[in-house]
Write a protein that binds this ligand. Structure first.
Ligand code: FES
Length: 146
């Protein structure tokens, strides 16, 4: 193997390893929860955020329910501070992807903060958000207000 072949094969191996680790880490990081629909909103168990390590928590979970047209991403900032974001892009309505501590639109690249503020266009409006309250280890996402 000459130097050029070595470099080409090494680069291909690195790109493959990077792509695989990205796919594996993004799958492992996302926790999906089936929210329990109530008359006014959705309930999720606060333990959905818990990790195996003591006092470690997921950054976010994605709540799905068959009655919802889009999922809701719930970010955890502290024991009592959560943000619930409707995962529909404010530009033309595509479903957003979660990219760690921000959301990104696969259609035209808009980005939103973990509080739902638009940080990168073409979207020019923030995401729809819902009030979140905590009661007896249950997180209530109030769908009546946005
Ligand atoms: S639909 Fe999301 S940026 Fe256009």
């Amino acid at each position: 193997m000459n130097r050029k072949e070595f470099i080409v094969k090494s680069c291909a191996a690195c790109i493959g390893a990077t792509a695989l680790s990205t796919i594996v880490s993004s799958c492992a990081a996302t926790q999906f929860a089936n929210g329990k629909l109530t008359k006014d909103g959705i309930l999720i168990d606060v333990n959905e955020f818990a990790l195996k390590e003591k006092d470690k928590y997921r950054l976010y979970i994605v709540v799905r329910n068959e009655a919802l047209l889009f999922p809701i991403c719930v970010y955890r900032f502290s024991d009592t501070d959560y943000a619930a974001l409707w995962m529909q892009c404010a530009h033309q309505g595509a479903e957003l992807n979660v990219a760690g501590d921000y959301l990104q639109c696969p259609a035209h690249g808009s980005e939103y903060s973990n509080r739902g503020k638009v940080t990168n266009g073409p979207a020019d409006r923030d995401l729809r958000t819902f009030p979140v309250t905590l009661n007896n280890n249950q997180i209530f996402i109030d769908l009546r207000k946005a």
